[in-house]
Design a protein around this ligand. Sequence first.
Ligand code: NAI
Length: 246
Amino acid sequence: MLKGKTAVITGASTGIGKEIALKMAENGANVAIIYIGDEGLAIDVKKQAEGFGVKAEVYECNVANFDISKSVCERIASDFGTVDILVNNAGIIRDGLLLRMSEADFDAVIDVNLKGVFNMTKHMSRSIMRSGSGRIINIASVSGIMGNVGQANYSASKAGVIGLTKTTAKEFAGKKVTCNAIAPGFIVSDMTANLPQAVVDHANNTIPLKRMGTATEVANAAVFLASDMSSYITGEVIKVDGGMCM
Ligand code: NAI
């Protein structure tokens, strides 16, 4: 479905980003795996992607840093040529009630989750516009739609991502680049691994499909948005949440 395309995925060494990178590779896309921290995890994803017969490279990059993300995007463009798909997946949480939330925790989440999307989109855009059918996919969250107690920073960042997605969709449409967001609900990953059991039980009871989602279920939506099957969809937010937010 994505044969001959090149996809850049941020936060691709773990969780949802890893699944997206591998699903893209399984569908024939070359993948640039952007990670921060443990290089071994990224190399493992690279090896698994290469198992699908595609080109895969790893790049360490703090997406929150404007200059570092610029130089990494330039390296990727030089290594792969045209980039067709950018998945802005990297994200962090620093949860706490607003009244107790520190300025540092607010800023850190906005810097990675929102400014990181701006940085990567801006620096990768020239290359994506050359694609002729470019795709930008931003991983938001249902928290950005509904708000969530304890997530003032996170829900603000993800609501910002949704606004940024719609503006990018409008500004880049003339270059045949679509931009959409995916808003996952409760997904099994490192990010949700340490939630109190009571929170997990409550989620499982209140979500209409009565379970948490998997990274693969989010990755399937990303592959759809990256493919020609989504050619007339832009500025959209697709929820992958088992019916949690409707
Ligand atoms: P995760 O913690 O496994 O993945 C986040 C990734 O982002 C990690 O690989 C991490 O190294 C990377 N990252 C963090 N800071 C970075 C930085 N400054 N520069 C580059 N990379 C950085 O968790 P998960 O669940 O896979 O999260 C992926 C995305 O999905 C995030 O944007 C998250 O907000 C979003 N999401 C997750 C949900 C869940 O229930 N797990 C629900 C809704 C959205």
